[in-house]
Design a protein. Structure first.
Length: 441
């Protein structure tokens, strides 16, 4: 195993193209524009997928309610998105849940809790702002002040790429994108209405949360062929009467983020992806604690075949009744366990999964799946295939334990797994991914 790794990655900005706003829109101007938006104009837009007038009004009302009374200190543009510095006590979850005090994060020691011996160092603190820049292209100061959080602006332009508000909240279109359950994957469909595929590993074990380092790549998603997204992530899952999740990873989802890059994302559901859940801060669920980390931001450094490799450390940890998320050795925020009601994740997780997922397009009569990982099969290995490494979990006694994973590759013609195995330098790890295509049936 090659011992030297290039660790860490900066977020935001891109070596690849993305849609840059033509002008900067101040927060108050944005809010007024939502209130006065012309419904007919949005529905007539050829790029709009809004189902009908009532669906558009539901979207508009969601944005108005999200920002009602919010006092933004300042805003700035990162790549395709505008970030508003929202007071930590005015973010959606705090207001919706009536939270009067932001929870205290776990001790720093929990961030360096890998089991065993050897060099298990995780990436250094991530920089999420363009190197050497203090202002965006419009002269706005980059970064948020203490006491505020950077929140990606939810716009009508973004929401109108979806049929209705529930479609915007969903993990994937038409109910796609559910957590894979080993041995219970959905059969392939002749239309993209229920199709989604994976290469993943799993372990059924009672736990207080997992940690992994995920290799960052940029698998291309061909929007002109209708492909939806490709991602790499970990799933913290509670099974029982319904599936509950706390998810995190990177995702190339042009229809959601407006770019073709891997974006840092989180997702949750309390009822099997039925009526609950959403990405990032787009609905009440996650409480952001960090003023420096950006949900929904693009990565500026991606791994290169036979070249530099980049990765990101991600961890969930159930601490004092909250599922805390660590990103690059910094506590970003938490999902209150109360959002899971009396379900499994209100107590602990009993299933962990790590891997990749994609949702296809329907082109010239066939499903066409995007690449996962690096776009190469797992057997290509170091500097060619995507990987996850240093995979462990905290057991219900509070002790860190290396994972003992099992591979599942339900569509090996398109996506594969190599491993999982253990080494002294990489802990539990595996390679994953593949080219996708139209031969995945």
């Amino acid at each position: 195993m090659v011992a030297s790794l290039i660790l860490g990655a900066s977020l935001v900005g891109s070596a690849y193209s993305q849609t840059m706003p033509a002008k900067f829109v101040p927060f108050n101007t944005f809010v007024k524009s939502v209130t006065s938006a012309d419904t007919t104009e949005f529905l007539a837009n050829t790029e709009s997928k809004v189902k009908d007038t009532s669906s558009f009004e539901e979207m508009r009302r969601h944005i108005i309610n999200t920002y009602q009374g919010v006092q933004v200190s300042h805003s700035y543009v990162l790549g395709a998105q505008t970030y508003d510095c929202v007071p930590i006590n005015q973010q959606p979850s705090v207001r919706a849940f009536g939270i009067t005090k932001i929870a205290t994060p776990p001790p720093t020691a929990a961030l360096k809790a890998e089991p065993g011996t050897g060099d298990h160092s995780i990436p250094s603190q991530l920089s999420q702002l363009p190197a050497g820049k203090t202002e965006d292209d419009f002269g706005n100061r980059l970064g948020c002040e203490a006491g505020t959080i950077p929140m990606s602006r939810i716009t009508l332009e973004q929401l109108s790429r979806f049929e209705n508000l529930q479609s915007f909240f969903a993990k994937g279109p038409n109910g796609q994108g559910h957590a894979p359950i080993a041995g219970a994957e959905a059969s392939p469909s002749v239309t993209p209405s229920s199709a989604h595929k994976y290469s993943f590993t799993y372990q059924y074990v009672n736990n207080l949360g997992p940690s992994t380092n995920i290799n960052i790549w940029r698998p291309y998603v061909y929007s002109d062929e209708g492909e939806i997204f490709s991602l790499a992530q970990l799933w913290t899952i509670g099974t029982g009467t319904t599936t509950q999740t706390a998810e995190v990873g990177w995702q190339n989802y042009p229809g959601f983020y407006g770019n073709e890059n891997p974006n840092l994302f989180i997702y949750w559901t309390a009822d099997g992806y039925n009526k609950t859940g959403c990405y990032n801060l787009s609905c009440a669920g996650f409480v952001q604690y960090s003023s420096s980390l950006h949900l929904g931001a693009s990565f500026s450094n991606f791994s290169i075949s036979d070249g530099p490799q980049y990765e990101i450390q991600l961890q969930y940890y159930l601490y004092n009744g909250n599922w805390w998320l660590s990103v690059g050795n910094t506590w970003m925020g938490y999902y209150p366990a109360s959002i899971y009601g009396t379900g499994q994740l209100s107590k602990y997780s009993n299933l962990l999964e790590f891997g990749s997922e994609s949702v296809p397009g329907y082109y010239e009569g066939v499903n066409v799946w995007p690449a996962e990982g690096s776009g190469l099969f797992a057997a290509n290995g170091w500097t060619y295939s995507a990987y996850q490494r240093l995979i462990y979990y905290v057991n219900t006694s509070g002790t860190s334990v290396w994972a003992a994973l099992t591979a599942d590759q339900p569509s090996p013609a398109c996506y594969t797994i190599s491993g999982p195995v253990y080494s002294s330098s990489w802990g539990e790890y595996f390679y994953f991914g593949g080219p996708g295509g139209s031969s995945c049936q």
